[in-house]
Design a protein around this ligand. Structure first.
Ligand code: ADP
Length: 618
């Protein structure tokens, strides 16, 4: 907006300057033309008037003219005729309008147009200034309109003297028509203004005998008296001064002689021209200057239009570039934002990652702690087992030892009393107690030893049959129903006597469990659930099941619920170690826990002896 306003102001300034400059230059050129015209017109006026200036003086020296004036009314008609014809010849030769001779009373007594209808002869011109001037000063000059002819002209007069005294005057009247015709130039006006300020020669006929300068009332009266302009009223030329030019010219608005009712501005220049009166004045139409101004204005406007168009183009270009830059900026901003978002997300991820790492470390630490405490528990468990074992052993060995001690003391007493049979009986009982202690330590040896035995394929039904044989009497006496469901030919990887020991132990426990039950059923079964890869051996009873607190420690040594003398709590612990030695697994569960009817169920998961796998024990 501001740029356009500034450009507008600049344009206005430049246009004004250009217009003024063009005007000044054109007016300067016009002023030069005017000066040249003035030179020319002054010269032509001088030469034109110069031709006639001396004419009245020459006529005044003519003898016949003087004789006629001396004779006055007494002059002979011949003399008058001579003078008239002389004047006619002179006027014709010189090309003047008229030549006449005037007596002291101002009466024209002879004239070149003596035989014309408008002859001056007899006319009184005593009121004419040229006549008065001629008598007083010797010469007179006057521009006026002829009273007889009505034709404007320039009068030159000269006194006619006789013995140094004026006796009359000779006057020449000449036309300025030729001069006016010669000066007429298109777009210009030229005029001569007399001492009254009245235009007497003009290339514009209508302006003739109008006042160029304001005329006072006295001047107007004098003009009327001299009948200089044939008694006409002298009107002022209606023009207006509108400006000055360098002191040598001025600008004025004049009625345009080419277009009626219009006024036009002219450059006005003047020069004194004493030959004819006051001054020569030329008017030059400033239309050319106006045209120059228009051309300059057009040039400046064109230049500004081109500059404006270029500015528009540049602005458009700048806008396009700015938009492109803006788009680039927006893209960069979006990119930055994206990068920032990515950075933020990455930071968040890194943070999450860090947190996860910390959590992993924490988990690991917790795991470690758990493992430590587990190991501690295991260790504590082991210690507990050891303590239990030591306590059990002490207990189990202490009783026979006390008994042996007592029996030995008694045996000595019997020897001292000389009762050897009694002493021998005591010693036999000691031997039995030592045997039972040996059994106990033997069993412990089995528990402690890690059996390293070669396993073979052992028939499950044979092992079960062996165990059944051992408890045959009990099963029968206690009325136990024993169901054996083992598919024929089911073999497992084991050591025969150890497997028998395990089954005897499990069957013994089952018989103990059902002893006080109204319903006494024991079921021994085998199945190979996954195509002879594994064999699941189970022995279930209809007993009360295993107490929950016992279940957790079932396979640990010296865990028993049986009354003293009936169980050591070593059976399942030993069985478990044996089974491990086979590469098999033993587990126990209450049938009631899985919703079934019955008491405890023990399961041994064997590797089937039919598989290609050969298992070596530890
Ligand atoms: P013991 O028979 O000398 O007690 P075991 O190690 O053979 O030692 O058994 C430990 C305990 O497991 C038993 O005292 C008994 O409480 C429990 N138990 C074993 N078998 C059964 C079973 N079939 N039914 C119920 N309880 C059983």
């Amino acid at each position: 907006m501001w740029a356009w306003a500034a450009a507008g102001a600049l344009y206005l300034g430049a246009a004004a300057a250009a217009v003024e400059f063009a005007w000044d230059r054109a007016i300067d050129a016009l002023a030069q033309v005017g000066a040249h015209r003035l030179d020319l017109y002054a010269a032509s006026l001088k030469s034109e008037l110069g031709r006639f200036e001396m004419m009245p003086a020459i006529v005044a020296r003519q003898d016949s003219v003087r004789a006629l004036l001396r004779a006055g009314s007494r002059a002979s008609p011949e003399l008058l005729h001579d003078v008239n014809t002389y004047l006619e010849a002179v006027s014709d030769d010189a090309g003047s309008l008229a030549v006449d001779v005037i007596d002291l009373q101002g009466e024209v007594i002879a004239a070149s147009n003596w035989n014309q209808s408008f002859s001056f002869v007899g006319t009184n011109v005593s009121y004419r200034p040229y006549f008065k001037d001629a008598l007083v000063h010797g010469t007179g000059r006057f521009f006026g309109i002829g009273t007889n002819t009505g034709m404007p002209g320039l009068y030159f007069a000269s006194a006619v003297r006789d013995a140094g005294k004026p006796i009359g005057a000779a006057a020449v009247k000449l036309s300025v028509d030729a001069l006016e015709a010669a000066w007429r130039t298109p777009g210009e006006a030229a005029m001569v203004i007399d001492s009254n300020g009245v235009i007497v020669i003009s290339t514009v006929p209508a302006w003739k005998f109008t006042a160029f300068r304001p005329i006072t009332a006295q001047q107007q009266r004098d003009i009327q008296a001299s009948r200089q302009y044939a008694g006409r009223n002298v009107d002022a030329l209606p023009y207006r001064r509108v400006g000055e030019w360098n002191g040598t010219a001025w600008l004025g608005r004049f009625p345009d002689w080419r277009r009626a009712g219009h006024t036009t501005q002219f450059l006005v220049m003047s020069r004194t021209a004493p030959q004819a009166g006051d001054s020569i004045t030329v008017l030059l139409d400033v239309a050319t200057a106006r045209r120059q101004q228009q051309i300059a204005l057009a040039f400046v406007t064109g230049a500004f239009l081109i500059a404006g168009l270029y500015a528009l183009y540049a602005a458009q270009r700048r806008r396009t570039i700015a938009e492109k830059l803006k788009a680039q900026d927006a893209l960069r901003l979006a990119n930055d934002r994206l990068e920032m978002t990515v950075a933020q997300r990455t930071a968040a991820l890194v943070e999450t990652n860090e947190r996860m790492k910390q959590e992993i470390v924490e988990r690991k630490r917790t795991e470690q702690r758990l493992r430590d405490s587990q190991q501690e528990v295991v260790h504590a468990g082991k210690l507990a087992v050891l303590g239990q074992m030591a306590a059990g052993l002490t207990h189990e060995l202490n009783q026979p030892l006390v008994a042996i001690r007592t029996l030995c003391d008694n045996a000595r007493t019997f020897f001292e009393r000389n009762q050897p049979e009694q002493a021998v009986a005591n010693l036999e009982r000691v031997a039995k107690l030592v045997d039972s202690m040996a059994v106990l330590t033997g069993e412990l040896k089995t528990f402690a030893r890690k059996p390293d035995v070669e396993r073979v394929a052992v028939s499950l039904s044979e092992a079960v049959a062996h165990a059944r044989l051992i408890y045959e009497a009990r099963i029968r006496d206690e009325g136990v129903q024993l169901d054996v469901k083992i598919p024929a030919g089911t073999t497992v990887w084991a050591e025969s006597s150890q497997l028998q020991q395990v089954i005897v132990n499990l069957l013994g426990n089952a018989l103990d469990a059902v002893r006080n039950e109204p319903k006494r059923v024991i079921t021994i079964a085998a199945a190979d659930p996954d195509a002879r890869e594994r064999v699941l051996f189970t022995i279930a009873d209809s007993g009360p099941g295993i107490a929950p607190d016992v279940l957790a420690h079932l396979f640990e040594p010296f865990v028993t619920t049986k009354p003293r003398g009936h169980g050591l709590g070593l059976g399942l612990a030993i069985s478990s170690r044996i089974v491990e030695g086979f590469g098999a697994k033993i587990s126990a569960a209450n049938l009631a826990d899985s919703g079934a009817d019955g008491g405890a169920q023990f399961t041994i998961e064997f590797a089937a002896a039919t598989s290609q796998r050969v298992v070596h024990g530890r």
